[in-house]
Structure formats: C-alpha cells, structure tokens
Design a protein around this ligand. Structure first.
Ligand code: AMP
Length: 550
C-alpha cells in the first residue's frame, strides 16, 4: 500500500475530535487493506514503529531531522528552524517547506507503507561510528521521496509526536469493528501481548478463535495491573470481603521474566533494565531456580539495612557505568508480591492462589529477597490491618496495599480490586508539554513548567503551570531534558515532546477556564520527577474530576 493512502487517513483523523468517528475511519480503512501492511499501519497510526512491549526507540532529535530537511529542501538549517518556530510544529513547517520546493523525485517512485516502516525501524538499530551520517542518509532518502503531506507525517513520526488524537483504545475498538470480533476479546489479547499490530493481524486472519489463543510469553513484558486509591481500610475490606493486605514499599516496580536460562528485568514502563541490576539477576538465579516464569515485586534502596527514598533507586535504573560501585553504595532489596506465569499463564487464577504459589517457589534464605509482608484481612481483623499500616509507616514504607484475594491479574487495569492506602495526601502524575524561561536568578533555566493530563481519547490537555518545589539540581536536569525534547520555541516559551513525568502536590482543585482541561490546581508543587513513569502512567481527567467531586 502507498504511504499516501495512510496519510490521507491521518488527515481525516486530524479533522475530527470525536472518538467514534475516529474509530469508524480507522475500522473502514483496516477493511480496505489487502496486502501485508496491516501490522505496520497499526503501529504507524499509534505514532511508532515498535510494539509497546519493545523498548526500542527511534531516538532521533530535532537537530538531526532539521539537518535532513535542510538537505532535502535545499535551504539552510536556520531557515528550517525559523519555519518551525513560526508554525510551532515541525510537521506543518515541513509540509510548507516541501510544497515550496521543486518536486522532482516523488512522482517517480511512490513511498510505500512497508518502506517507510522498515526505514524507520532501521534508525533504531544504528549505533557506533558514523551513526549520525547513516541516520541522516536514511531520513534524507525517505523525505526526498515524500510529497508535502507525507513529509509532514514522516517528520512527526520520526520525532515521535504524531498528534492525530489516536490512542490504543481507539485502535483496539477499530480492530473489533473492522474484523467483527468481540471488544473484550480484542482487549484481552492486547493486554496479554502488548502488540496491537499482532492483535490486528490475528483478528483479520483467524478471528476470535485466533485471538483467544494469544497469551503471555516470558521475555515480553506486560503492562502491570495498577492500583486505585482506597477511601479507607474498613470500607475497602467490606467491599472485598477477604483481602490480602500487604506493606506498600516505596521503590520501583519490577517485572522479572525467565525464559529458559535467560532472565530479563523490566520496569513498569516496560523498559528492559536487566543490565543495570546484575545483583537482582543473580538473586533471582539463586532463589528462583526454575524455568519460565514471570514474577512481580518492588525493589527498594537501603542504607544500613533500612529503606531510603525511591529517588535513590532511579540512579540505579539509569546507570550504565560503574555498576559495581553503585551496588555497594546503594544496596537493593526486593519484595516479590505476584506471579503471572509459572510454566503456564497464571493470571486467571485468584490472587490467593498466585500468592500461595509464590510462597512455594521462592527460596527466601537470602535476606535481600523477600515476599511482601502480608496478612489476610476481613471485617473481623480490621485492627490488625491498621497495625500493619502503622508498622509500615514506622518502618519508612509508604502505606499498605489492599487486594481482593479472589481476583485474577488484569494487565494494564487500574481497577477497584487492588487498592493503595497511603499516609500522604494524593498527588497527580502529569506530563510536561511546555515551559517558560525563568527570570532573574533562574534566567538560565526553564523556571515554570506547563503540565497536562490525558482525556478519554488519550489526548493531552493542559492543567497548570508549576514552578515550585524545584531545587537547582532538578532545575538543571529538567532544563537539559526540555532542550532534548524541544519541539518549538517562541519568545521565552518552549514546547516539548510529552516525555517528562512530574508528580505534583497541590492545595486544591479549582474550576478554571485558563487551561484546556477546565480545571486548575492551586499552589502546585513538584514532589518528584518520575523517571520510572511514562505517558501511560499519567493521570486522567476522569480521575481529576472524581477527586474534584470528593
Ligand atoms: P502508585 O505508584 O502510588 O500508584 O502505587 C502503586 C505502586 O505501588 C505499584 O505499582 C508498585 O510499584 C508499588 N507497590 C509497593 N508495594 C507493593 C505491593 N506490596 N503490592 C503491589 N504494589 C506495590
């Protein structure tokens, strides 16, 4: 299929904000695909070229793209930058510049979806000597064959900001609609495989029966099941009947996979951090000497055997060098709390069965590996659960988790079956979309950050500017990241790709026309930079509204 056909669909998707219309457009388009490009198209519509389980990234900065555009259009890099700043969007700027240039090549050889897809995939694998030139030459080749509208969407895809308002939910519904399969089955196979391209392919070729056969595979991470806030221990236990109550540790969540002899460790954002945590790999080899499993737990940093803030662990996750030194300076402890796969998928088993299995299979003779501390909670032993909470706070942990003992594990779900009860007031996880250069002492830094939440279509909507809670070190870090993720600049304002996640505390949620969302936050303060979280983890308007009501 020609890439231009996909671009025409992008344009139609761009022209409506209605979820149902977008779904219909995609479903109808899927039905027309006759060749083998459905997989590629699914991922391209989601703005990427790798399935969600893969941690591969294109990793192309604006500077490189600008260099390629300037080469293809035949103008200086400065002129390209000026056009981008004038348009406020690299895609629109590209389209404008391409429509002015003398078209020569693109009529000769139309771009196909497969060619665009495989060229972009190649970009992620280029490293080492001369890699910049190799990347520029791939992008230049692609752009020199592109029409103005194709150039618009290729450039946006390259910098990973497609902006057509299509999230996974819409593509999933479109697959169900196009191939006439039950939405629940599509949803489940998506959760288990984390690969919508594969789901679409199987739905098309094998229908519901094929989808039902898709399952978890050790080695491919799945989205973790997420927690909602408990409104109180008693209420939550009453609702669940019988719950597993556990200490809530303040670290980062790990999903640990073993397939044959290979151990892989993933974060909740599905990043593979195996190489950064060799001591955890060793621990797992020693204490879980079995083949083929997926277990989950929280890893925490310690000092003199006591837990310390989770920020200390983030340094470990990102570390590529001097790992031995880090292992000594920041010792880690892991607390396992779930098993998703053990010789076969376990997620459909009730939590209590999974926990029993975990207790059977882990050898706890090494102090650095534990199971989360747990008690079975019912209406009869509320004081015991309250003591677990107090004890956990006194030991520097965050609070407790309250989990329905009868429930299966549902990847990616933030439901009522797994709750958290914390001592601190609730915060919001937001993504930075822009910023304003500081004044006076902060003149060298981006001093104020424009942050956003997700709406029901996964589109980002701004909610506040936050400028407090930032020490010099954090400001320096954030400013450098803002430069790395820059999309455009105007006066003292900068707009960036949605990559930086902040945890924000605030005094109150108020109605406000000032921001896209219709609400704003009074006295927002940055509590932490959540390097362990991604766009999937940010809060939604729905949650904000329910917090506003409360
Ligand atoms: P939050 O990040 O505030 O949404 O809280 C949920 C997170 O708590 C999970 O994603 C885990 O990273 C973490 N956590 C800590 N201890 C546990 C536990 N015992 N069971 C489940 N999650 C836990």
């Amino acid at each position: 299929m020609n890439y231009q056909e996909l671009v025409d669909v992008y344009i139609r998707l761009d022209s409506t904000t209605k979820r149902l219309e977008k779904t219909e457009i995609i479903a109808n388009f899927f039905k027309t695909i006759e060749d083998d490009s459905l997989y590629d198209i699914c991922l391209l519509i989601l703005g990427g070229v790798f399935p969600a389980w893969s941690d591969k990234e294109l990793g192309i900065g604006d500077k490189l793209l600008i260099q390629a555009i300037s080469k293809v259009v035949g103008i200086s890099k400065i002129s390209v930058e000026e056009e981008i700043n004038a348009q406020g969007d690299i895609g629109i700027a590209c389209e404008k510049l391409f429509s002015k240039k003398q078209q020569t090549t693109f009529f000769l050889k139309p771009l196909t979806v497969n060619f665009v897809f495989s060229s972009l995939q190649k970009l992620a694998d280029i490293s080492g000597n001369n890699s910049t030139n190799k990347k520029i030459s791939i992008i230049t080749e692609l752009l020199s064959l592109a029409s103005p509208s194709e150039a618009k969407y290729i450039s946006r895809t390259i910098i990973e900001v497609l902006r057509i308002g299509v999230g996974e939910g819409i593509v999933r519904d479109a697959i169900s609609q196009a191939f006439n399969v039950d939405k629940k089955i599509t949803e489940r196979s998506h959760m288990l495989t984390n690969d919508l391209g594969l789901v679409a392919d199987v739905a098309k070729k094998e229908g519901e029966n094929g989808l039902k056969k898709l399952t978890l595979t050790p080695g491919k991470p799945v989205k973790p099941m997420l927690a909602q806030l408990s409104s109180g221990i008693k209420e939550s236990i009453k609702e669940m009947g019988k719950a597993i109550c556990e200490t809530k540790y303040d670290g980062i969540r790990l999903q640990i996979h073993r397939k044959n002899n290979e151990i892989a460790i993933f974060t909740r954002r599905l990043e593979n951090i195996t190489l950064a945590m060799p001591e955890i790999v060793k621990l797992i080899e020693e204490c879980l000497p079995h083949f083929d499993f997926i277990v989950e737990g929280e890893v925490i940093a310690t000092k003199n055997g006591k837990p310390i803030s989770f920020q200390n662990i983030l340094h470990r996750v990102k570390r590529k060098y001097n790992i031995e030194e880090a292992i000594e300076n920041v010792p880690l402890k892991i607390f396992l709390f779930d098993v998703l796969f053990y010789k076969k998928p376990m997620i459909d088993e009730p939590l209590i069965e999974r926990r029993n299995l975990l207790e059977d299979i882990v050898d706890l003779s090494n102090d650095d590996i534990n199971l989360s501390k747990k008690i079975i909670g019912t209406c009869e032993n509320i004081p015991e659960i309250e003591s677990l909470f107090e004890e956990s706070i006194n030991e520097n942990h965050e609070g407790i988790m309250i989990k329905d003992s009868k429930e299966p594990y549902i990847p990616g779900l933030r439901g009522k079956k797994m709750l958290k009860f914390k001592a601190e007031p609730e915060t919001l996880d937001v993504v930075v979309v822009g910023g304003t250069r500081g004044l006076g002492k902060r003149g060298d830094f981006i001093g104020s950050y424009l942050v956003a939440l997700k709406d029901e279509n996964d589109e980002l909507k701004t909610i506040a500017h936050v400028a407090t809670g930032l020490d010099d070190e954090t400001l320096e870090y954030l400013t450098s990241k803002m430069k790395e993720y820059e999309i455009s600049q105007k006066d003292n304002k900068i707009f960036v790709k949605p990559k930086i996640i902040l945890e924000i505390a605030y005094s109150e949620i108020v109605n406000s026309p000032e921001y896209e969302i219709g609400y704003s936050l009074r006295f927002p303060v940055v509590k932490s930079v959540r390097k362990d979280k991604g766009l999937d983890d940010i809060d939604t308007i729905e949650r904000l509204k329910s917090m506003y009501k409360e």
